[in-house]
Design a protein around this ligand. Structure first.
Ligand code: LLP
Length: 430
């Protein structure tokens, strides 16, 4: 990354020019902090790498959909990849024009389709025949035509975690590439549909180019065949998926990726759509937490943090390795201990890091969980009636709360008692 978003200065971990302990004190912990400079740098790196190709960059909102994060990208001209009515509304509310939005996902409802059509989105990525037929009906009923790409399933192994692999025949995503020609023929006859391209996305956190290249070659081959069938294939949507370094992974850099894309796809002369999520935001964010206790068990040392699996589920759900560092830089030569970092949630799986070497920590010390800007806050829940985690955006020496911590009245107040449980009613069973 061209800019170092998080680094020690004078022994204190900073986000850009702000000591993170200041944010922890003001906002409390746990709290997510993002560097606007790092977000912008990632977008600009993509733009620079794809400068010679006609590419629309549509940030995959699912990675981090805070309005301020989307706005950061939108202000630079970035589009959005959305997968639900909620994400579509978030993109529009943050100022992404409809013409820069693509709509992905296997289960779009009629209502979602109508909303997206009225917003004039760039493209629907259609994943099945029933979806195709329903979209045509909805578009025709509005007197509109939907530009679509078929998301094909290339049956390629992305070599990533099983839960984030999407391009194998056994996965629920896309239409089998072997059926693509028949489905395009069907689409071309539908009143509400204009087929314009092919989409593919084989998984997330890919750390080598080979699976991408295998999938893209399949797409290019198919596009050639479809053109011979008389279809006007003008756009290829290459999905997201470029990995980041959580530990010692060495994902390809964006320049290498862009060069491979050019090599493989340029003979077609298509426009490109890219849907990066993780690689835009992961390294631009950290989750700050405070040590509540250090508990010495017979065989292990547990550092019990005030952040838990409900705030950051990646380690629990995907066995993901996330770096953890103290906000106060340890003195050189400090002896290290091995500890498990866990949260207060009542589940054995509430582990943020296992068997981790660390400088010794004590109650009250603060740590940062690194590379947490993607699939962190968006996957947070209120499990154990813990408050939804707040978020802060940093720019230079300034910071702003971009989502305040929920309060208990708000959280508990979402529940409603049925009439028969209200005071004065007979509360027993009927
Ligand atoms: N486009 C489509 C159609 C997708 O399904 C995804 C991610 C993306 C783009 C963005 O992919 P990215 O550039 O972020 O790899 N929660 C998991 C990751 C799930 C990814 C799902 N799809 C995690 O924390 O690892």
């Amino acid at each position: 990354m061209p800019m170092q978003a998080f680094s020690y200065r004078d022994g204190e971990l900073h986000g850009e020019d702000v000591p993170l302990s200041r944010i922890a004190e003001e906002v409390g912990t746990p709290v997510y902090c993002y560097s606007q400079g790092a977000l912008e740098a990632r977008y600009r790196a993509y733009v620079a790498a794809f400068a010679g190709q006609r590419a629309s960059i549509c940030y995959a909102l699912k990675a981090n959909s805070n309005q301020a994060v989307i706005r950061t990208f939108a202000d630079l001209g970035c589009g959005a990849d959305v997968v639900s009515e909620g994400e579509l509304r978030r993109a529009l509310a943050a100022g992404v024009p409809g013409r820069r939005i693509v709509f992905s996902g296997v289960g779009k409802t009629r209502g979602e389709m109508a909303l997206a059509l009225k917003a004039g989105i760039m493209q629907f990525n259609v994943e099945s025949e029933p979806e195709l037929i329903q979209l045509s009906e909805v578009a025709a009923s509005l007197g509109l035509k939907a530009d679509i790409a078929f998301r094909i399933n290339p049956d390629v192994d992305a070599q990533t975690h099983a839960k984030i692999s999407t391009g194998k025949a056994e996965d629920k995503f896309g239409v089998p590439w072997t059926r693509a020609r028949a489905i395009f023929a069907q689409a071309a006859k539908l009143a509400g549909i204009r087929p314009v391209g092919i989409a593919v996305h084989i998984g997330s956190q890919l750390t080598s180019l080979a699976p991408f290249e295998a999938a893209f070659r399949r797409v290019v081959e198919l596009a050639g065949a479809l053109r011979q069938d008389g279809h006007d294939i003008v756009r290829l949507d290459l999905g997201g998926g470029l990995g980041v370094a959580y530990r010692d992974e060495t994902p390809p850099d964006i320049g290498e990726y862009a060069a491979m894309v050019q090599r493989v796809t340029s003979p077609l002369g298509c426009e490109l759509v890219l849907e990066p999520g993780r690689s835009f935001t992961a390294e631009a964010g950290v989750l700050l937490a405070q040590v509540i206790y250090v508990k010495q068990a017979e065989e292990r040392t547990f550092v019990i943090l005030d952040a838990a699996m409900n705030d950051l589920i990646r380690p629990t759900l995907y066995e993901a390795w996330m770096g953890i560092v103290p906000l106060r830089q340890p003195q050189p030569g400090t002896a290290r201990i091995v500890a498990d970092f866990v949260g207060p949630v009542c589940e054995s799986g509430d582990i943020l890091a296992r068997g981790r070497e660390t400088a010794p920590l004590a109650a009250g010390d603060r740590v940062a969980i690194l590379t947490s800007g993607a699939y962190g806050a968006v996957m947070a829940s209120t499990y154990n009636t813990r408050l939804l985690v707040p978020e802060v955006l940093i720019r230079g020496g300034a910071h702003a709360v971009i989502r305040p911590r929920q309060d208990y009245a708000e959280l508990i107040g979402l529940d409603r008692l049925p009439d028969w449980q209200l005071p004065g009613q007979n509360r027993g069973s009927a």
